[in-house]
Write a protein that binds this ligand. Structure first.
Ligand code: FES
Ligand SMILES: [Fe+2]
Length: 431
């Protein structure tokens, strides 16, 4: 499995060591080709990646595809209703098999010479070969796939990290949201002109929110760390927590992050690469919409709007903000040192109908704006950090503790990750 062109970990250490404690990442971290290649092997081919929602492939033969750092992946519902993933690569001469983002197949037929695979990945026909091909040895190469809380995860690692922790963390808080009973109201693919780590750094602080996201800060308490908030804001948060907790405690809907500011994540010291937290919303906001009013029917088990916002995330490629009536998720996939594809999903209840139950012009703007504002910031940050004039500045421990945590998490993965392709990921340790 080792890649002879791969840069050994020891050779990367001098570069990794240039990060100064409490500061941003040095310039080369955001565009160095060897480092980028090592990240793809260690973090992206070594960990668990969100691939899509189980409801997207509800029927046998339904599939979706994604490209993980140059490796095409196929995720398909098999004949027994299970979710499987394969390298989306023909075992004959390697052609990519399924080319669409999503679709339905009776069997997987290679568009080159028609080798045909079942929905379980077995090679069932290679007509015209007449060479005594042992079909049993030439099934599609499997990739590990797991479903938790209606989310599909895949891992390209030969020995994937333990997945049970994520399942345990996600399933209870996500149950009332009903991700398994949802549908996609809209998907937008953003080609963000920034290194994937800039996208995460941006996501991991709300220091920029007051200036860059005027609509977002009206709905959420993210900009108000409790220790530093005014008495008025503290009282508002406490009242919102009390109202929501009392109503929902018996149904397992708990405000797990009642304090304002961002919940700590990731936690490099405990190797925590997934998190689920529920926060309260500002009074007058039932959902993350422009005016705070609901924009779709309630999702899942919710019986009224007062459920705050469920936020789930997993390194290195997923987050979701879920309100009472809709959820907005992001799937990250790097496509180069300076480019990241972000697929944004707007989910509503499976029975909600556009035009009757929701209008896109009310559903989309809140996160459309937030996303576009963030990608613009990331683009300009990439231009700046590419400059020979860039020198990492200090991070605020009050406002950017999660950026610092992300950088330390990243360094830990890179240092522990080994220099073998598909190596055992450090994510597996103690997560
Ligand atoms: S490459 Fe797929 S059948 Fe030849
Ligand atoms: Fe932002």
């Amino acid at each position: 499995m080792s890649d002879p062109t791969a840069t050994p970990r020891a050779e990367l250490e001098p570069l990794l060591a240039t990060r100064r404690d409490g500061h941003g990442m040095p310039r080369a971290f955001y565009h160095d080709d060897a480092l980028y290649a090592a990240e793809m092997r260690t973090i992206w081919h070594g960990g668990w990646l969100f691939a899509g929602f189980a409801f997207e492939i509800s029927q046998p033969g339904d599939f979706l595809t994604l490209n993980v750092a140059g490796s095409p992946v196929l995720v398909i519902r098999d004949d027994r209703g299970g979710v499987r993933a394969f390298h989306n690569v023909c075992r004959h001469r390697g052609t990519q098999l399924c080319r669409k983002e999503a679709g339905h197949v009776r069997a997987i037929v290679c568009p080159y010479h028609s080798w045909t695979y079942s929905r379980q990945g077995d090679l069932i026909a290679c007509a015209g070969m007449h060479d005594g091909v042992d079909k049993s040895q030439l099934g599609l190469k499997p990739i590990r796939a797991e479903v938790a809380a209606g989310l599909i995860y895949v891992s390209l690692a030969a020995t994937p990290p333990a997945f049970d922790g994520l399942r345990e963390r996600f399933e209870a808080p996500a149950k009332p949201q009903g991700f398994d009973r949802a549908r996609i109201a809209n998907v937008t693919e953003y080609e963000v002109e920034a290194n994937w780590k800039l996208v995460w750094e941006n996501n991991r602080e709300c220091f920029h929110c007051m200036r860059c996201h005027p609509q977002y800060v009206k709905a959420n308490f993210d900009v108000y760390e409790q220790e530093y908030a005014s008495e008025e804001i503290r009282q508002q948060m406490a009242a919102a927590v009390a109202r929501t907790q009392t109503k929902w405690a018996a149904q397992g809907i708990a405000i797990t992050h009642p304090k304002g500011g961002l919940a700590p994540f990731p936690d490099p010291d405990r190797n925590t690469w997934y998190a689920a937290d529920r926060t309260v919303m500002v009074e007058g906001f039932d959902t993350e919409s422009m005016d705070g009013r609901r924009v779709a029917p309630l999702m899942g088990d919710y019986q009224d709007a007062d459920v705050g916002v469920l936020r789930m995330r997993s390194m290195p490629n997923f987050w979701v903000h879920a309100s009472c009536d809709h959820a907005v998720a992001a799937r990250l996939l790097p496509i180069g040192p300076r480019k990241t594809m972000v697929r944004a999903y707007w989910l509503v209840d499976k029975d909600a109908r556009e035009g009757n139950d929701y209008q896109l012009d009310r559903l989309l703007p809140f996160w459309q704006l937030t996303n576009e504002q963030d990608w613009e910031i990331c683009k300009w940050q990439q231009k700046g950090v590419d400059s020979i004039g860039y020198e990492p500045g200090p991070l605020s421990q009050r406002k950017e503790y999660n950026v610092d945590a992300f950088i330390r998490w990243y360094l830990k993965q890179m240092r522990a990750g080994g220099d073998e392709g598909n190596a055992l990921s450090p994510l597996s340790r103690g997560a």
